[in-house]
Design a binder for this molecule. Sequence first.
Ligand code: ZN
Length: 500
Amino acid sequence: MTYATARPGQLPPREEVLVRAAWVLTVGPAGDLAYGAVHVRDGEIVAVGPYPELRADLPDVPVVGDGTGLLIPGFVNAHTHLSEALTTGMGSELTLFEWGERIVGPLGSVLTIEDACEGTRLRAVELLLTGVTTVNDMFVHSNPDEFASLGVVDGLVSAGLRGVVSFGAEDAAVPGAPWAGAARILAEQDELAVAVTAAAASGAPIGFRYGVGTLLGQSDELLEAGVDACRSHGWAVHTHLAEVREELVTASARWGRRTIPHALGLGMFDRPLIAGHGVWVTESDIDILASHDVAIAHNPVANMILGSGVCPVPRLRAAGLAVGIGTDGAASNDSQDMLQAVKMAALLAKVHALDPSVLDAATVLRMATLDGARALGLDHLVGSLEPGKRADLVLLQDSVCVSVLHDPCGQLVYGASPRAVRDVWVDGRRLVADHACVVIDEREQVERARPLASRLAYASGLADAGISRLRPPGRSAGRRVDDVATDAVAPDAGERSAPS
Ligand SMILES: [Zn+2]
């Protein structure tokens, strides 16, 4: 099995700066600081405090920020699929099971390591420009010819993002013959872990988890082999649990119990585990999750697009679970805009409970930062602005949406848009500066991604089925970014839409 070599990264150097804002929302012991600042040096937060005092102590350190706006810890996107980076906007009227069979399955069978790397770099721009500094990814594919998931490592390293990567393997999901046996899938898990270890050894802020796409998507043989592998390697786990009601019915028919009791019985909860969703949970399920410190990634936008249900966030938090917020994949969300996910987490809980106080803005900010870090076992490094933690921070400034700060946290959660994201540091490197991604050229990356997206649409058969309306590969080469909208629609495409 061969794969491309890592794309060399051109990361900005770690800088020493004093970052100031009208409000510093630390999500840490210092609380919310008016006219505060954070001192960053060598990739670490050195001090957090009132700007005048820090400035007096550090008269020669460059200052970033004009004292308006908000400074917050970088968001932790607790659950996504960069395997969907090039496949947004298809099948938005399908249920999860329909969408998985008609869209994700065909696309996953033709994903390549190049798609993974370039797609990761494309969505890294969107993640950074919406304030994400840590991303927990699960790459899902079923291409027997390539270890495609390894491309995510190259993409994240070159983008400078902090990340946790996993291969969301499924050997039983594709109708007909399984695409691979347990040995092939475990070999890719091993290779991915090796690639991550190598990247981390050279300084990249990246980690590995063992991925289980879904329990129902795996054979019993692979489920058991995976538990054994996690036990012997000490791997933590990333999976989905209790996303839709059909999952519970199907699991009960297959194993005589729902997925959470089944995962317990397999021993999956003996290792640290984060699960996307946790929507369809009973009280006994919550007891199981809480007693095993299972973390949940809440994905409100994807849950609403797919009509999956409402995660009982207040109940899970009351039971002591770490509940982070995720965008979910770019295809089930149709975006990687973390600010949308943060706002929707608050709104969905309120409308579901018919109670506007059920999940307040400060709690939602905490979920999107410190609780997400805790859910990934990274809260000793990131998630709050505290001396000694790594310098992952976001300055929001220069926009109407953060100009009137009667309630800074409320304005962030309910009012902030990506236009306000001015500067983003990951591990002390400024990857977004003055509202532009400086680590990846956005226009150039769009140009690189467009022919790959088109190839995927045709190789998977989704273009011929009328589900994708992209032109064939090559038709769009050399066009300007501004032409994407017109370019994306074939002249004879008419009003085709996803089949019902
Ligand atoms: Zn997911």
